[in-house]
Ligand binder design. Structure first.
Ligand code: AMP
Ligand code: GLY
Length: 424
């Protein structure tokens, strides 16, 4: 089969590597891909260039298309491709609203009794400010739409919350995405990411993981797309998993079907394990980045077969098998990320592929060499029988891949290793 994968980050590199293992695969095209992805032909066609994507598919006639990033999913890439006869993995535009509109997601949870933070939705600046003046900080302010992971402000004071409302609703910092805001209750507890395959009726969770969103050690600095991950997440015990299945995962799938927008693809549950039980912090309509870089290396089953089963509505639990081991991914980024950073530095890669894998993200090719071209440049993932070993190997191998002005967190996995629920 010829496969198209839309996207070009570390997550897509992990998906492509996993798909490439399927005996069914002849060729993989990445749109746009990146210069570090050697398992696919990188086309440079942007993931948001729907016209370009359709033109490419009409020319090459792929047997299957995997749409990964949030933007094309929310824009309706799957609807467009399916209407033109292409089989896709990924939710259609109506189902992608679960990530594309936080207001939609919150109202869905309220209607179907799915546990989440209490909230109010505002389209009017004055009313939002009035609400803030009656609310005890910390106050969580979220832009309704997609905002590159930067649309969430945890305000420690009312003034800060009003500042966030001002930048979103009046200065239009996030364009249309911030014209409507969700203000919600501040929750506390460890966070767990659970990516699930779902065909609209059946839902099968993958191994759980933990992201490290802040730029600096000790969870300091700005929020980023994610600076590293570990799997499995020790806070996602069997008991918690069972509660989530009953109160969150299955109710969400049923709710989406009932609303006339069954979700097919990978549904990402961002959970917080509070003292009152697990609650949904956010839904994403796609694989997480860099969660995918620890989850898929632990997948023992054929990813392409699972994706086809999801598309056909034939997903079953026994199709999805994971290794019992653990994984750790450390991201190397350009100094300055997530704000301004320099590009164009040569990457030297001496990682021992028997010990760890490298998933490239922000790189391009110049004079036959890989050079940095993005904020998050690459991730190094190690898998091992236990988490302490996976963390140790990821850190020894990450030293073997270098570029000028790099930085990375030195405490990926620390919180998980200190968890009281640990099993080692
Ligand atoms: P998001 O961009 O929705 O993933 O949110 C970014 C981060 O903000 C999350 O990973 C949480 O750490 C934090 N966050 C979001 N909503 C809440 C909330 N209601 N209470 C506490 N922290 C939150
Ligand atoms: N790592 C968080 C996300 O993919 O949204």
């Amino acid at each position: 089969m010829n496969i198209v994968v839309i996207g070009g980050g570390g997550r897509e590199h992990a998906i492509i590597k996993s798909i490439a293992k399927s005996p069914k695969v002849e060729k993989i095209y990445a749109l746009p891909g990146n210069a570090g992805i050697k398992e696919a032909e990188n086309t440079g066609i942007k993931a948001t260039d729907l016209e370009g994507i359709l033109k490419f598919c009409l020319e090459r006639k792929p047997d299957f298309v995997v749409v990964t990033p949030d933007d094309p999913l929310v824009m309706g890439a799957v609807d467009m491709l399916e209407d033109n006869g292409f089989k896709c993995f990924g939710p259609d535009k109506k189902a992608a609203r679960i990530e594309g509109s936080k207001g939609f997601a919150k109202e869905l949870m309220a209607k179907y009794g799915i546990p989440t933070a209490r909230y109010r939705i505002f389209g009017d600046f004055r009313q939002a400010v009035n609400y803030v003046s009656e609310t005890e900080p910390p106050i969580v302010v979220k832009a309704d739409g997609l905002a590159l992971g930067k649309g969430v402000i945890i305000a420690q004071t009312r003034e800060e919350a009003v500042g966030a409302l001002d930048s979103m609703m009046r200065e239009n910092k996030f364009g249309e995405s911030g014209k409507t805001v969700v203000i919600e209750e501040f929750l506390q507890g460890p966070e767990v990411s659970v990516l699930c395959f779902t065909d609209g009726k059946n839902i099968v969770p993958m191994v759980s993981s933990m992201d490290h969103k802040r730029a600096l050690d000790g969870d300091m600095g700005l929020n980023t797309g994610g600076m590293g991950t570990i799997a499995p997440n020790p806070y996602f015990t069997e008991e918690v998993a069972e509660i989530c299945r009953k109160t969150i995962f299955e109710p969400t799938i049923k709710a989406m079907a009932k609303e006339g927008c069954p979700f097919k693809g990978c549904l990402y549950f961002g959970l917080m394990i509070t003292k009152d039980g697990p609650k949904v912090i956010e839904y994403n309509c796609r694989f997480g980045d860099p969660e995918t870089q620890v989850v898929l290396p632990l997948l023992k089953s054929d990813l392409l077969e699972i994706m086809i089963a999801v598309r056909e509505g034939k997903l079953s639990r026994d199709m999805v098998k994971f290794d019992t081991g653990a994984a750790c991914c450390v991201i190397k980024a350009s100094k300055g990320y997530p704000t301004a950073y320099e590009k164009g530095f040569v990457v030297t890669d001496r990682v021992d592929r028997k010990k760890a894998d490298v998933f490239y993200a922000g790189v391009s090719e110049k004079d036959g060499e890989l050079v940095t071209s993005g904020g998050r440049v690459l991730g190094v993932t190690a898998i091992a029988a236990t988490l302490p070993e996976a963390v140790k190997t990821a850190y020894s191998e990450v030293e073997k891949i270098n570029f000028e002005k790099q930085f990375f967190r030195r405490d990926i996995g620390k919180r998980a290793l200190e968890a009281k629920t640990q099993t080692w």
